[in-house]
Design a protein around this ligand. Structure first.
Ligand code: CA
Length: 227
């Protein structure tokens, strides 16, 4: 899942980017309205978090630009002013939710998760399954045969991607861009290492093995039925 954050205050922007990255999202940060709108229109995001008071274009104008371009991703506003006017204006312009600064990060994360569930692909499932493996998107929890499996945020994101595209061979370049937000560099073995660790946690000691390496191509998660 990819999130756009537009925030001009350096500390808040960095804090949001770091927190959301640690929660397993890929984050792009725009430091002003013009850059933010440019990012929103040139890349694909699952959610945008917009500060209202921005240099260049303000948050409202960024939102208008996003909606005018026909982009439907959910938008969460950050407003320093606890004014009913702001809230009404934001919602009228097509924002989906708002949060008054200062806020607790846990509160922001809860709103983000709710919006991501609601937005985009309508009625997205709360759980992804393969055989006896279950990934719970709400609780960010993974179990296999009922046994809890502890994953890092990157491992979780990797498993989520493999589960969402079950049966499909995912090239390393796609995994790199979706999970690490980096361009694929064949010299790096970061993906191989992550897949190995993920397998050790969710396939070792269990049957059937779910993640398969397709030599020279990438990885696929599949159950016996679709294999
Ligand atoms: Ca601001």
């Amino acid at each position: 899942m990819k999130i756009l954050v537009v925030e001009d205050e350096p500390k808040t922007g960095d804090y949001l980017r770091q927190g959301l990255s640690e929660a397993g999202y890929v984050v792009d940060l725009g430091r002003n309205g013009v850059d933010g709108l440019h990012l929103a229109l040139t890349d694909a995001y699952d959610l945008a978090i917009l500060d209202v008071m921005l240099p260049g274009l303000d948050g409202w104008q960024v939102l208008q630009g996003i909606r005018r371009a026909g982009k439907e991703m959910p938008v969460l506003f950050l407003t320093a002013r606890d004014a009913v006017d702001d809230r009404v204006k934001g919602l009228e312009l097509g924002a989906d939710d708002y949060l008054v600064k200062p806020f607790a990060f846990s509160e922001l994360l809860a709103r983000v998760r709710t919006l991501l569930r609601r937005g985009g692909k309508a009625k997205e499932a709360d759980r992804l399954n393969a055989a006896d493996l279950e990934l719970d998107l709400l609780r960010r929890r993974v179990t296999r045969a009922g046994k809890k499996i502890d994953l890092t945020s990157k491992e979780f994101a990797l498993l989520e991607l493999l589960l969402r595209r079950q049966g499909e061979v995912l090239p390393r370049s796609l995994i790199a861009s979706q999970v690490w937000d980096m361009n694929f560099d064949s010299d790096t073995n970061v993906i191989e290492v992550a897949v190995r660790r993920l397998r050790a946690k969710m396939d070792d000691g269990f049957e059937p093995k779910l993640i398969r390496t397709v030599r020279g191509m990438g990885y696929v998660l599949e159950t016996a039925e679709c294999g």
